[in-house]
Design a protein around this ligand. Structure first.
Ligand SMILES: Cc1cc2nc3c(=O)[nH]c(=O)nc-3n(C[C@H](O)[C@H](O)[C@H](O)COP(=O)(O)O)c2cc1C
Length: 325
């Protein structure tokens, strides 16, 4: 999660039994190496061993800044992370091939695993059959952060995507978007997912890079406040996303002003002032539609363990119900 997930959050998710990702975001290669090193220390991975976390890259940014892209990808690959996550670009397949060609561990059992996040059936087909991603993540419209504005809800997208998988198997398919509880994860497993990706829920971890003000806004929010918008990309000048991509975050005065047609220069001025003053009625808080179900700040490790236990207990409950009828 760009701007939210660094080495500490990624490592704690892995320590809890999940698999954590940090974001290459808008950082320099040195800053990225530092975050991976932090994860390595927290996970007690010795030098030379791989680190059980991954790094996420936005493909449109890799396209926009190719020389920085190469340095960032090289920093991730030579730091020994076990996975690279790719999303949001005109030509994601090109970057999948780039990572495969430049992975120093290619051809060994430690070759880096490539996760590709998709939001349409067409993209899923390409990720499965052409790019041959190692793991595919289906992102529903409910997802916090960036996504396809016209994307399908996860309960529809996931089975449509799952139906592409050959009966002989295929890569793991993960479900993302609006998930907050272990019961959500159990439901997605029933629909054909091999696992789940949660983002917003981990913004509420002390290890996330979100500020106390942003976390308080998440705690106070109900799910109707989670809206898709371009307001924040205009306000902070992070434009350049592929066509159709917007972001899901908490509605506040920045979104209201944007929807009223406020001049972009004025929107930016008010937003920047809001950031300086840490004013939650102006600043950016990405949040998926599950935000109203989140009511506690909790360490990431505990959250993963709790999600796992809840999921298991819901699966057992379903099995009991089925055996009675
Ligand atoms: C703060 C934040 C930053 C995100 N950054 C990225 C990103 O850099 N790349 C990406 O593919 N997805 C990103 N996402 C989307 C996640 O990959 C995932 O689809 C989403 O968090 C799942 O929905 P949820 O937040 O409702 O759990 C981000 C999500 C959040 C909340």
């Amino acid at each position: 999660m760009a701007g939210a997930s660094g080495g500490a959050l990624a490592a704690e998710v892995t320590l809890g039994g999940g698999f954590g990702f940090l974001s290459a975001g808008y950082d320099s290669p040195d800053a990225l190496r530092k975050e991976i090193h932090l994860a390595r220390e927290l996970l007690h991975s010795t030098a030379g061993d791989t680190v059980p976390v991954g790094v996420g890259f936005l493909c449109w940014q890799l396209d926009a800044f190719p020389s920085q892209a190469i340095d960032l990808l090289s920093a991730a690959l030579t730091s020994g992370v076990q996975a690279i996550w790719l999303s949001f670009g005109q030509d994601v397949g090109k970057w999948v091939a780039y990572v495969r060609d430049h992975d120093p561990r290619a051809g060994t059992k430690d070759a880096v695993k490539i996760f590709v996040q998709i939001s349409t059936v067409t993209e899923a087909r390409a990720a499965l059959n052409e790019w041959r991603a190692d793991v595919i993540v289906a992102q529903g419209n409910e997802a916090g952060g960036h996504g396809l504005g016209s994307g399908l809800p996860l309960l529809t997208l996931l089975p449509l995507v799952a139906s592409l998988w050959p009966s002989t198997g295929g890569p793991p398919l993960l479900a993302a978007g609006g998930l907050a509880t272990g019961a959500h994860v159990a439901a997605l497993l029933a629909l054909g997912a091999s696992g789940a990706v949660l983002g917003t829920r981990f913004l509420l971890s002390p290890e996330s890079l979100y500020s106390a003000v942003q976390r308080r806004a998440l705690l106070a929010a109900d799910s109707t406040q989670s809206v898709r918008t371009m307001a924040f990309d205009y306000a902070r000048n992070t434009l350049g996303w592929p066509a159709g991509i917007d972001g899901r975050g908490l509605r506040n005065a920045t979104v209201d002003d944007y929807e009223r047609g406020e001049e972009i220069s004025v929107l930016r001025e008010k937003f920047n002032e809001g950031v300086r003053a840490e004013d939650s009625t102006r600043l950016l808080v990405w949040a998926g539609s599950g935000v109203g179900l989140m009511s506690q700040i909790k360490p990431a490790k505990e959250t993963v363990q709790e999600l796992h236990e809840e999921c298991l207990s819901h699966i057992k409950r379903t099995a009991r119900l089925l055996s009675v009828t």
